[in-house]
Design a protein around this ligand. Sequence first.
Ligand code: NDP
Length: 485
Amino acid sequence: MSYDTQPAASHFVAGGYVEDTAGAEIEVIHPATGAVIARLHEATDRIVELAMVSALEAQEVWAAMTGAERGRVLRRAADLIRERNRALSELETMDTGKPLQETLVADAASGADALEYFGGLAGTLTGEHIQLGGNWAYTRREPLGLCVGIGAWNYPTQIACWKAAPALACGNAMIFKPSETTPLCALKVAEILVEAGAPAGLFNVVQGRAEVGSALVTDPRVAKVSLTGSVPTGRRVYAAAAAGIKSVTMELGGKSPLIVFEDADVEDAVGGAILGNFYSSGQICSNGTRVFVQKGLRDRFLRRLAERLEGVVMGDPMDEAVNFGPLVSAAQRDKVVGYIRTGLGEGARLVCGGEAVPGGGYFVQPTVFADVTDGMVIARDEIFGPVMAVLDFEHEDEVVRRANATEFGLSAGVFTRDLARAHRVIGNLHAGTCFINSYNDAPVEMPFGGMKMSGVGRENARAAIDHYSQLKSVFVRMGAVEAPY
Ligand code: NDP
């Protein structure tokens, strides 16, 4: 099977596709060619209201089911996603421009993992019993109600599933707004959940830009907001949610350090730096874009990096031999090229890459800068593209201090053969998601999220359950009530 890039309608609400052409048009562009592959409309107030009402109705039905019943639906959805992995991956590639070679293993597959994992947990969610002498108390783990998910454009299927799976496992309903840049894939997740047996309205997808997102976040019927996006957007959405005292999960940006000590296996370290900078053309929030290399290894590291980057195959991302795709949009390409010019102007040494590729697509060569210093803009700002900054260091204390000197705290990685040092350094780094002799592994069993400005809350693993449920405490007196009068 394969999916048309033009969906049946813009929104998936109340169990089916819904259109309202009164909404402003959204052109969906294939980043490898610049061709328009679909035309959608932003959600109007009518669509948002329909989503709200149907989600609230579905949530009541869903929360009344047992956890095991809910889990069965989620696991069935995981199976359907796996069966349709190729079609979903092709759609993801058309939507984002990421190579099919990547999407076949990283996107729908990760979404299915989340649905399977939280489907398995759904039947295990309980409160606790607290004995208090003759009296006792218990807690009930209850859903929050209606949750809003808002996604970035880099991993549209995965983000939709990482938010939906724990939310639904806990008995909530969700309205999801994809990024207007990549609106297609979440619609398929919604379709599949209904096919798997989810009540109509339980998971709705509404399209739109910031205004639609803002309407969802500020609606008093919404209990929780989970955003994946940039820090500036996070600040706005968090503030809007705070006005209604809503729970939030914020998965925001980063400028993460990847520290390579002289004793590291150089091939592994280079491999980690490649994965942590150039996978998905560098459009990954947790990327290790500040690569600190201890001085004695620096030249060898850069030489091997440049040699291995000759293995980049750039081109039509639908060709499975291609391993490096375009950026998601012309705007993102221009932003990244602007940062490359800034790096050159700041005196960083260009080791390879540095150019946008002429043509209709939004390709930028994988780019490595050496001799980068901490104060340079390219060492401070999240670029969100294929630009690696290599910085030198001499001592462990020094590199830890410099690695932590950032407002972000999403991820960090260490390459060394000295495991005591690896754990000590990781213990001293201010980052929520860390890697030793590895980079960017994100299994669903492991909590994912950031410290400092990189976020609030955690996705994945059991930790996510706390962010999509609430406890009700119940005190039970077994004897007479002794009142003073
Ligand atoms: P943005 O912050 O621009 O947008 C994120 C989402 O929020 C989009 O759907 C956007 O809509 C929506 N939005 C924007 N303004 C508002 C508002 N006022 N109220 C409600 N919703 C709003 O991020 P990008 O899409 O550009 O993605 C890149 C960023 O995402 C990077 O900073 C990256 O680090 C971060 N990211 C973080 C991840 C993590 O897990 N920590 C993972 C992936 C990315 P629209 O796009 O339609 O305007």
